[in-house]
Design a protein around this ligand. Structure first.
Ligand SMILES: Cc1ncc(COP(=O)(O)O)c(C=O)c1O
Length: 360
């Protein structure tokens, strides 16, 4: 039995094996990561870490240096920050809390990992169906959905790319016993930070915000995320998890990236510029192909609907070494939907001309 139980984008190793090519030969538009190499400072930091004690010694269980680095970036006390082995690890602990609060509501279609995390604890959850068409307005009001005890929000939403307005989700905090807001993609969205719930974190103990550095810096292999929330809640999470969830290299990388304000602001500006320019380019190009409808997105991936099943399109693209995310595994979508993650212009041109050739 294979152990690849989780259906996500970015299955590079598996696809390369299936196609009999090296991973480098693939253009991966199925996982939504920044496509340029990470900042040079990161490579220098990792080299230095290898020469120091980061490999030999157990990492600092308190993650104090990383907490302080993240704290200095957000202006939030270190005690309200818990670094994690990617955002995904932190969903597991958020779900354990959710299990004690009652029924979780999962906006649908949505990121499947919340349900994985809830199932760990036999926590009850229901799908809350999102409308499948929306305007190009950014930010958008969060739709009115049936009330549950716990609400999981993704801002911007995956796979739709909708950026929810701060005001519309702020109102929901008081209506739920726990609100978990996954802001993994927020730093990539131009003007996204204005919609963050982080400024409310000291006011609402029932709010948890989860962030990730893996998409912003294109470092998914390193595994680096953090939760921001009530100090007592995060202390419990720390007691539940294993003593060394983050490795020494990831900790040093996180400290390096989060303390360098200039590097961060230059990087984020570059990412926003790329999302704006390439986002509208890819949207217009693919939308102009007969049969394909693009859906407005505020971030670095776009959802498309085809008039027929995209399984042949996905297969033909993979033969050309291009991976897109078919959306069959997203409940509420199905065979006609696919998601493409923005690349640099050369990559986006390859994707659009390949799709054009296949559908013609
Ligand atoms: C909405 C969303 N949140 C979080 C994650 C996982 O982030 P990380 O790599 O930090 O675990 C993903 C990965 O695809 C995602 O789509």
């Amino acid at each position: 039995m294979g152990l690849d139980l989780h259906k996500h984008g970015g299955n590079l190793t598996e696809e390369a094996r299936r196609l009999g090519v090296s991973e480098h030969a693939l253009l991966d538009a199925s996982a939504s990561l920044v496509p340029f190499p990470p900042p040079a400072a990161l490579e220098e930091c990792l080299k230095a870490a290898l020469q120091g004690s980061a490999l030999r010694s157990y990492p600092d269980c308190s993650h104090q240096s990383l907490r302080e680095a993240i704290s200095s970036f957000h202006g939030i006390p270190p005690s309200m920050i818990l670094p994690g082995n990617g955002a995904a690890e932190l969903f597991t602990w958020a779900a354990r809390d959710a299990a004690t609060e009652g029924v979780s509501g999962l906006p649908n279609p949505g990121f499947s990992d919340y349900a994985r995390a809830l199932r760990c604890w036999d926590a009850p959850y229901i799908d809350l169906n999102l409308p499948l068409s929306w305007s190009a307005t950014t930010p958008q009001p969060f739709p009115l959905l049936p009330k549950t005890d716990v609400l999981w929000i993704t801002n911007p939403h995956n796979p739709t790319g909708q950026l929810w307005s701060h005001d519309s989700i702020h109102k929901l905090i008081k209506k739920h016993s726990l609100l978990i807001c996954d802001e993994a993609f927020l730093p990539l969205a131009p003007n996204g930070e204005q919609q963050s719930l982080l400024p409310l974190i000291t006011k609402y103990p029932n709010l948890v915000v989860i962030r990730s550095l893996t998409k912003l810096f294109g470092i998914a292999g390193l595994r680096l995320g953090y939760a921001v929330g009530n100090e007592h809640r995060l202390k419990k999470w720390q007691e539940w998890r294993d003593p060394w969830p983050l490795n020494g290299l990831a900790i040093m990388a996180g400290v390096r990236l989060m303390t360098d304000k200039k590097l961060l602001s230059n990087w984020i500006n570059r990412v926003h510029q790329w999302v704006s320019v390439e986002g509208s380019w890819l949207y217009n190009k693919l939308n102009s192909i007969p049969g394909i409808t693009a859906h407005p997105s505020a971030v670095n991936f776009i959802l498309f609907k085809n008039t027929s099943s995209v399984s042949r399109l996905r297969e033909r693209l993979s033969e050309k070494h291009i991976l897109i995310r078919d959306c069959e595994s997203f409940k509420a979508l199905g065979k006609q939907w696919f998601r493409v993650s923005l690349q640099d212009r050369v990559g986006n041109q390859l994707i659009t001309s390949a799709i054009q050739e296949i559908v013609n």
